[in-house]
Write a protein that binds this ligand. Sequence first.
Ligand code: NAP
Ligand code: MG
Length: 402
Amino acid sequence: MDKIRMTTPLVEMDGDEMTRILWKMIKDELLLPFIDLKTEYYDLGLEYRDETNDQVTVDSALAAKKYGVAVKCATITPNAARMEEYHLKEMYKSPNATIRALLDGTVFRAPIVVKGIEPTVRTWKKPITIARHAYGDVYKAVEMKIPAAGKAEIVYTAEDGSEMRETIHDFDGPGIVQGMHNVDASISSFARSCFNYALETGQDLWFATKDTISKKYDHNFKDIFQEIFDAEYKERFEEAGIEYFYTLIDDAVARVIRSEGGYIWACKNYDGDVMSDMVATAFGSLAMMTSVLVSPDGTTEYEAAHGTVQRHYYKHLNGEPTSTNSVATIFAWSGALRKRGHLDGIEELAVFADKLEQATIDTIESGTMTGDLALITTLDHVNKVGSEEFIKAVRTNLENLL
Ligand code: NAP
Ligand code: MG
């Protein structure tokens, strides 16, 4: 069989620990035998990040902007323990935060749904994709402990010196205040990323805030979404047969629980933080969550939602067998290859991506799975396998499909 040819390179961002091991196995077993793989390689492994003073992370994000599609392996976010372990020069920011800031993107998280790993919520049949606005609100808030009676005010001073002022509260004893902000430019980027991703995946988009209570702050989110939708997306949504739907956050949570899934739920920063944990847990496994970063200009980066699975890596280093789930990382690759195929008009590449996903799902549904899934599956006959065995089983199924 001839290998599938690519015309534009994928931006490949390699990572750390157990996921770095899986990364190589996936390439060797599932990609290189079938595709004349073209990538521009960036090593985001912590050692090389340190060697380049994290310049490699910035370069990889710029390359993603240039080529439009990237695939990323999980990476270590340095903390005090990692400073010591890797003798780092500096406590670098999380690569995801650096890349997200440069691409001004929104992260979409969606579970991979397979028979045998059943959601806790009985009605859910299709994935629910959560889009979290990753700027501002309580995450960039300024807070104050009020020691005793007094007046707290909120003041805005314009560049010409004029002021706007509101009383927050006349305290008659100790208390607390918080000031938070957001900016229209970021909310607009968030809205466009959501509308683009809905069009790209052919799914409805839901958005919800507490605008009945927050008549200026949350209302501003609602208005910006509606204005951009009406001006730029309404017709395209109609043509695609999908819907943009705004509702109150209380109503949204109730509807989500009663729904079948199959839509994108756009959330403000805090709502997305909390709801993505709830949705991920209810769908069964963090190891089955994909994560896609989409910028308003359409640049897309695919990855798994989980981390580097450090505990398994140390077992691996000790020569012990591991049973680490590679599904979300496989889907990061298939997502990126499919997107590259669509952009470059290489139908074969998109078809390959579909078959790779199908082979992965077939493997699990036939009972062959890693330990994390074996613990929670509802299937009767389970063949629990190691990290490498799983990938080899996917390869066998893939060869049958090709
Ligand atoms: P983690 O790597 O997601 O792993 C936490 C635990 O979840 C694992 O110990 C394992 O449980 C289970 N797990 C996660 N993924 C799994 C998989 N693919 N297969 C089987 N089990 C899986 O989170 P962490 O231990 O908190 O973080 C480790 C490192 O990853 C940290 O340095 C963190 O900075 C980094 N991180 C990176 C990203 C990213 O790049 N996007 C995201 C999150 C964290 P058991 O041990 O019980 O088997
Ligand atoms: Mg959270």
